[in-house]
Write a protein that binds this ligand. Structure first.
Ligand SMILES: Cc1cc2nc3c(=O)[nH]c(=O)nc-3n(C[C@H](O)[C@H](O)[C@H](O)COP(=O)(O)OP(=O)(O)OC[C@H]3O[C@@H](n4cnc5c(N)ncnc54)[C@H](O)[C@@H]3O)c2cc1C
Length: 431
């Protein structure tokens, strides 16, 4: 009797990177079980990319759905690694490989000693802030509620921090317009920009009485990581990139009316009662690409709301040791985790950059490597394949998790049932 051997892979996280891995595996006839902590598998496309990018969001989500709909993929929604199932258990199930595509959902801590004690007491981190912004218009929303404040401080400098700035400016402007009895359509404000909308209403910015928020960045406008940059960039291209970055920022400033303070880094908190009431900043100078703090240049800034947007890190997975808050991966091209024979990481959790294409390309590269150099390599096949009975047992366990989540295996029906309410589909996108 011949025993049918085939690998079966577990993928944790079903979004851009996870679905791309599942798709690449399926194309080569390899099955996967995709564990996704949310009901819908769209990750930061749904909860990161701000909701005004509706067209791009819909396109990316449709691409993820297409990949997960495959008969080679067993989708297990509402199941979180570390909460509903442990890494140890998954290792015990006998998968040929485990792929961590869980993204980067932990905000890099603001480097001000003791400041985290004031989280949600004056201090907010970017990831929950943007996720709330993307969802709160829905009548079903029951997550955290952050009330945006005028005159906020944003510590950041990357693209995501510009989105945070935009959210604050759009929300505070919309609120000020509503207080004057005027309709404030968020999507129109975002598209046209604040000055144009005010002009159409016959109002000036000064009349609204808003101060606007301020983005504090440790380097200069020309250093902002606003466009992807090749490591081996030529001096000419670098010079061009600097000009583009300055132009991009000045367009943003003109359209959304916030303030920008370059060359300063937060060094201490200002506390009033039990709330964070501001930050002490120190001036910096950029020397050979590094922001160097300048002595005797400290200054205080008070603000009702401080938002930290300085990057995202993978959330720790119980059982996996981190190094400098990142997975220990000696070679990012293979994604292989140090200390494991068959655990790999891919996508945003490794790239660190908030970029859809970078996540997808990394997932593709790692999965191809896993297929060619690990799973299907002739000398490995006897170890990386499972016999039919093993595959059956794994699928039975996956099916138990599906049942626990209330999922009956009909992907399209499930997605339809869990489709979020879209701002643009509401009668008006006024807030
Ligand atoms: C504010 C903001 C704006 C952005 N704007 C852009 C932009 O304009 N252009 C661009 O290219 N990119 C942008 N990005 C970045 C882009 O959205 C991400 O880089 C990309 O979507 C990441 O894809 P991913 O699959 O690697 O990770 P994620 O999207 O984070 O997917 C990880 C998946 O794993 C799931 N998961 C996490 N932990 C577990 C667990 N323990 N168990 C099971 N499942 C788990 C999550 O629910 C999620 O579905 C933006 C990001 C932010 C935050």
């Amino acid at each position: 009797m011949s025993i049918h051997c085939s690998p079966i892979v577990c993928i944790v996280g079903g979004a851009v990177a996870g679905s791309e891995a599942a798709h690449r595996l399926a194309q080569r006839g390899v099955r996967s079980v995709v564990l996704e902590m949310e009901a819908v598998p769209w990750g930061k496309i749904e909860l990161g990319l701000p909701k005004w990018h509706a067209k791009q969001r819909d396109k990316e989500e449709a691409a993820i759905d297409e990949k997960l709909r495959s008969p080679y993929v067993t989708y297990v929604p509402s199941t979180k690694l570390g909460r509903d199932v442990s890494l140890e258990e998954l290792l015990g199930w006998g998968f040929s490989a485990i792929l961590l595509a869980a993204g980067a959902w932990r905000d890099r801590p603001l480097p001000v000693s003791g400041v985290d004690a004031y989280e949600n007491k004056g201090l907010i981190y970017q990831n929950p802030f943007v996720a709330q912004f993307n969802q709160y218009h829905s009548p079903d929303y029951d997550g955290p509620a952050f009330e945006v404040q005028d005159d906020a401080i944003i510590v950041g400098g990357g693209l995501a921090s510009l989105d945070v700035v935009k959210i604050l400016m759009l929300e505070t402007t919309a609120r000020a317009l509503r207080q004057r009895g005027l309709t404030a359509d968020l999507l129109v404000l975002e598209k046209k920009g604040i000055p144009k909308v005010l002009q159409q209403l016959g109002l000036s910015w000064e009349e609204l009485g808003l101060k606007g928020c301020t983005l504090y960045y440790r380097r200069r406008a020309q250093d902002m990581p606003l466009i992807p940059m090749d490591e081996n960039v030529t001096p000419e291209k670098l010079q061009k990139a600097k000009t583009v970055r300055e132009k991009l920022l000045s367009n943003f400033l003109a359209k959304y009316l916030f303030h920008f303070e370059p060359c300063c880094m937060p060094v201490r908190e200002l506390v009033e009662g039990n709330r964070l009431a501001g930050l002490v900043f120190q001036r910096t100078e950029v020397r050979e690409g590094r922001a160097v703090a300048l002595p005797d240049t400290e200054f205080e800034v008070r603000s009702p709301q401080i938002i930290s947007s300085i990057g995202s890190l993978p959330e720790p997975v119980p059982g996996i040791e981190l190094k400098w808050e990142l997975f220990r991966i000696p070679d990012p091209n293979t994604g292989k985790l140090e200390g494991y024979d068959n655990v790999f990481a891919l996508g945003n959790s490794v790239t660190g950059t908030g970029n859809i294409r970078a996540s997808r390309l990394h997932a593709r590269m790692v999965t191809e490597w896993i297929l060619d150099s690990f799973l299907l390599r002739p000398e490995n096949v006897s170890q990386t394949s499972n016999d039919e009975a093993q595959v059956e047992r794994i699928l039975e366990r996956a099916s138990e998790l599906q049942t626990r989540a209330g999922y009956d295996g009909d992907y399209d029906r499930w997605i339809e049932r869990h489709q979020p309410v879209r701002l643009e589909s509401m009668e008006s996108s006024s807030l």
